[in-house]
Structure formats: C-alpha cells, structure tokens
Design a protein around this ligand. Structure first.
Ligand code: PHE
Ligand code: CA
Ligand code: ZN
Ligand code: ZN
Ligand code: ZN
Length: 286
C-alpha cells in the first residue's frame, strides 16, 4: 500500500479552512460553506476518474442541507463493495477542521492516490462524504435508507473516519476486535500504537447508520471532548485529564487544531486497509 503524503492531506484542510472563512466561519450542512466543500472534493474526484454522485437528502436532514457526495472507483467486482466514509459538515460554531475536515481530507487524498496508482482491483471501493451528521447522523442515515436490500447486502464493510487528528488524541478503533477492524488494527499495531476501543464514539457517528442496517463497521478516531486518562498519556504522550480535542465544536477548530503525526498515522492506515480489502494481491504465489 502507498505511504500517503500527509502534506497533501493538510493542503486539503487549508482549502476547507479557507472555505469556512469565506462563509461566516462555518461549513454547517445548511450553508454555502458546506456546498463549497462538496464542490471542492467533487471536482478533484471527477478529474481523477471517479463516478461521482451528489445525493440530495430529501428526508430527515435539516432544512436547506446540502447533498451527500458519493464517489465510486469503477473497477473490481461490483458485488463486493467496501465503503469508506466521513461527514463533511461542521457545526455552526466553527470551521470543523479536525471535526471533520480531517476524515474528509484523508479520504479525499486516499481516493486520489488510488486513482493515480490504478492497481488491479479485487473489489469495489466507494467513498461517501456525508451531510448533516452534526444534527443526528442524518445524511448517512438517508443514504443507507435509500439502498435496496440487494444493494445493502453487497456492502461487505463500512469504515468511518470522524476526528482523526485530535491534538491531545489517542488511537481509537471502532469495534476493535471485530473482523472488519483487523486490517485497521494491524496497521496501528505495526507502529506499536496499542490502539483501544472507541468507546467515546460508539453510536455517535455515521458508522452507526450502517451498523443499524447490519453492515460490519469499523474506523479510526482520535477523540473528542472526553479526557485523556493518565494511563493513556503514559502510553501515547499528551496531557492527562485534558480533552482529546480542546477545540471540539468551537471556532478554534482550525488548521491550528491538527495533530499532523496522528493524521499521517491515520491516513496511512486507511490506505493500508483499502489495499488489503480491495486491491488484488499481486505477490507471486509459491
Ligand atoms: N460524531 C461526533 C461529532 O461529529 C464526534 C464524536 C466522535 C464524538 C467520537 C464523540 C466521539 O461531533
Ligand atoms: Ca504518510
Ligand atoms: Zn461534531
Ligand atoms: Zn464529527
Ligand atoms: Zn457498535
């Protein structure tokens, strides 16, 4: 799997921060900052060769919410779909660069890298950037509800990324001991990170929309407003008894609120997982 250049992920975050700055300091789902965020990602994905769809959220979302953005790489067995998703909206109070520019930018750069490398594919890869997560997981819930049961059963796993660059963060994996989590865990294990279960985030991000439909889910997170324990500070560094992200849902969630080391470890683990589950293993048999 490729080593994703974290500087390229940070360049996307700089663009998302500028989009918020031009739109009243927010990328909330019902605002122009959200629509401009969709347009930014959509243009890059289309240019790279993705099949890109804007899905309007016509029920359950806030009034005026912009669309979900879906991008499928048009290679590999369409009966075996692996999805990678993140919410692209912020709260009204801030630009949402860790929450959740981080997951959104990491997936965008992973998608662009896949297109650039165009390896032989064993499965389909589909990316989702969700609208209106902050009002109740609404964009992802609408997406899952829009699928037929046949389409839902083709999705072998959904991987979610929400807050993957928290400045005082930890290394958390959703459903750590599940089969779906194993490639994500293997990558962080290879770095010696000793990941823990994402207890803070259980049921609180878009993976829950897929989980409720019976689809296996996992993902990375570095933590929100809960506080780092002294045991966690001892193994990961950072400050005990402080929030993982002290700018959670605030105006200070800007490009200054990004843990570049954590972001790099996360995006490289996303690529490792995608390659493991969906790219044809071309190593010679013996
Ligand atoms: N889903 C929460 C949000 O977007 C983020 C969160 C993730 C909160 C994990 C707690 C745990 O605000
Ligand atoms: Ca890297
Ligand atoms: Zn949030
Ligand atoms: Zn979030
Ligand atoms: Zn769960």
């Amino acid at each position: 799997a490729p080593d994703i250049d974290v500087a390229k992920v940070q360049a996307h975050l700089t663009e998302l921060n500028a989009i918020a700055a031009r739109n009243g300091g927010t990328r909330k789902s019902s605002g122009q900052g959200y629509r401009d965020s969709v347009a930014y990602a959509k243009a890059k994905l289309q240019a790279a060769g993705y099949t890109v769809t804007e899905q309007p959220c016509t029920s359950g979302c806030a009034t005026g919410a912009g669309p979900n953005l879906i991008a499928e790489w048009p290679q590999g067995d369409a009966g075996k779909v692996y999805m990678f998703g993140s919410h692209l909206d912020s709260v009204g109070a801030g630009p949402g660069i860790n929450d959740n520019g981080s997951g959104s930018a990491a997936l965008l750069e992973t998608a662009l890298t896949l297109a650039q490398q165009h390896p032989a594919m064993a499965a389909r890869v589909r990316f989702g950037w969700w609208t209106d997560e902050e009002q109740g997981l609404n964009g992802s819930d609408f997406y899952v509800g829009s699928l037929s049961s046949a389409e839902r059963s083709k999705i072998k796993a959904y991987y979610n990324f929400d807050m993957i660059a928290s400045l005082n963060g930890g290394y958390f994996i959703n459903h750590l001991t599940s089969a779906a989590a194993q490639p994500m865990k293997a990558y962080w294990d290879s770095l010696g990170l000793q990941p823990e279960e994402n207890t803070e985030g259980a049921g609180r991000s878009d993976d829950y929309s897929f989980e409720q439909a019976g689809i296996p889910t996992s993902g990375y997170a570095m933590g929100a407003s809960a506080r780092k324990t002294s045991a966690q500070a001892a193994k990961w560094g950072g400050t005990a008894n402080r929030a993982y992200d002290s700018c959670y849902h605030q105006s200070c969630d800007t490009t200054s609120n990004i843990n570049a080391t954590g972001l790099d470890r996360s995006v490289d683990g996303i690529a490792a997982t995608l390659w493991k589950v969906a790219v044809t293993d071309t190593a010679p048999a013996n």
